[in-house]
Design a binder for this molecule. Structure first.
Ligand SMILES: C[S@@+](CC[C@H](N)C(=O)[O-])C[C@H]1O[C@@H](n2cnc3c(N)ncnc32)[C@H](O)[C@@H]1O
Length: 421
């Protein structure tokens, strides 16, 4: 895990940009690789469906996750894991005594434990809905618990983008919200007295919380494996990182090291590094999904999942491409069927590019340089490469991939060689 580069002044500041809402811009000129943000989640929840018992969910898998910090716990590890003390709770285990005691007063309070067990007991209703609904039920329990354990973090969650109207965009979504709200309402003890926030516990609030989750949650991914679809292990709400807008050719990317050997819970922290120099005042953007997805698919996802149409420089160029041009690029992909995603494992198609394509299509495809220079060339990875943080303002020649974690020299990237895992 690269060392945190401490800066005496914040390197990004929040501004309002017409048509894009709140955004983060460089408050100083930034050097390639510089860490512009390190953010801790205010809320984390498992991406596993609620009704998957540890046994079902882990069939043939020789590990479990800490229910607090989501670090992998190998069943073969010599040290014991720690369980929840509440009666009847067989679902939560912790990687250390520290995580256990933190969880019992924060992420896994008696209310959470009881709520999750009650939802599992009433499983027949949940089983009639898609698995996503079970994960959303976990989010709601975590969100209403936040109101109890940390009113200030709950206020922060409420201040993020997303309202009830955003979420209830279709009859199916409305039906899911009504069902999820009825589930939370049926819990034996009320989640919290929301009047302290000037709020009523009603369907609109539940829908607004779900919208905030949909627009702002980051997926903490399982480690990369070239022959397996990458899945989400947990979702987190990161209060500052939530202000990064999207660009299809981003100038920054995020790194997490979820299985890093840390004792203080910082394994779930996110760091964001700029991938090349950025002048003062320029907006810092992430890509909300891997950069190799084709234009029509990107537009569809951004509209459906985030409610906007992207008009970044890359989209402006690709909007004029014919279907055939999009498909021609797609043909270069050795494994069209393979899906890979930064945060969600939805269908998407790949765009592959090589040095030949760059030279040939420079006019039609001016952003090809980005793919050559900043997209990982490891098989089926499609991660983004950022230089390691600069030392004494000297830009590193080693690029790190934010998906497979490989380290490659700039020369190797351009030559297509993977250097080191
Ligand atoms: C994670 S939030 C980013 C921060 C948000 N702008 C705010 O004001 O809180 C995601 C939302 O930001 C807006 N957004 C992100 N990227 C955008 C872009 N390239 N163009 C327009 N709106 C964008 C969309 O409304 C999207 O649902």
């Amino acid at each position: 895990m690269p060392e945190r580069a401490e800066s005496p002044v914040p390197l990004v500041k929040m501004v309002e940009i017409e048509g894009r809402g709140r955004a983060l811009v460089a408050s100083l000129p930034l050097n390639a690789g510089q860490i512009v943000l390190r953010d801790s989640p205010i809320l984390l929840y498992s991406a596993l469906p609620l009704l998957a018992s540890p046994q079902d969910a882990r069939k043939n898998i020789n590990f479990e996750y800490c229910s607090h910090c989501f670090k992998l716990i190998s069943k073969e590890q010599p040290s014991p894991s720690f369980s929840c003390h509440y009666p009847g709770c067989s679902f939560s285990i912790f990687c250390s005594q520290n995580c256990q005691s933190l969880a019992l007063s924060s992420s896994h309070t008696p209310w959470v434990c009881q709520a999750l067990n009650q939802l599992r007991d009433g499983s027949s209703q949940l089983l009639q809905y898609p698995l996503d609904i079970q994960v959303q039920a976990r989010f709601l329990v975590a969100a209403y618990n936040l109101a109890i354990i940390s009113p200030s973090n709950f206020q922060t969650l409420l201040s993020l983008q997303g309202d009830a109207f955003t979420f209830i965009s279709s009859p199916e979504a409305k039906d899911s919200v009504l069902f999820l709200h009825s589930l939370v309402s049926s819990l034996s003890s009320a989640p919290v007295n929301l009047s302290t926030f000037g709020l009523l516990f009603n369907v609109e609030l539940t829908a607004a919380l779900l919208a905030k989750d949909k627009l702002n949650a980051f997926g903490l991914m399982e480690p990369f494996s070239p022959d397996k679809e990458r899945s989400v292990r947990a979702y987190g709400i990161y209060p500052m990182a939530s202000f990064f807008n999207h660009d299809c050719l981003p100038n920054a990317c995020r790194f997490e090291y979820i299985d890093a050997a840390t004792a203080d819970g910082s394994n779930v922290d996110m760091t964001v590094r700029v991938i090349h120099d950025v002048p003062v005042g320029q907006e810092i953007c992430l890509s909300y999904f891997p950069v190799n997805i084709k234009y029509s698919e990107r537009q569809k996802r951004l509209k459906e999942d985030y409610g906007f149409s992207c008009d970044c420089d890359r989209c402006k160029v690709e909007a004029n491409w014919s279907d055939q041009e999009e498909d021609e690029l797609d043909e270069g992909n050795p494994d069209d069927e393979k899906e890979e995603a930064m945060d969600e494992d939805d269908d998407e198609e790949m765009v592959a590019v090589d040095a030949g394509t760059v030279a040939q299509d420079e006019t039609d495809f001016p952003h090809a340089y980005f793919f050559l220079r900043y997209m990982c060339n490891k098989d089926n990875c499609w991660g983004t490469l950022a230089p390691l943080p600069p030392s004494d303002s000297v830009i590193s020649d080693v690029m790190e991939c934010n998906v497979c974690g490989s380290l490659q020299s700039t020369k190797d990237v351009l030559d297509g060689n993977v250097l080191e895992q």
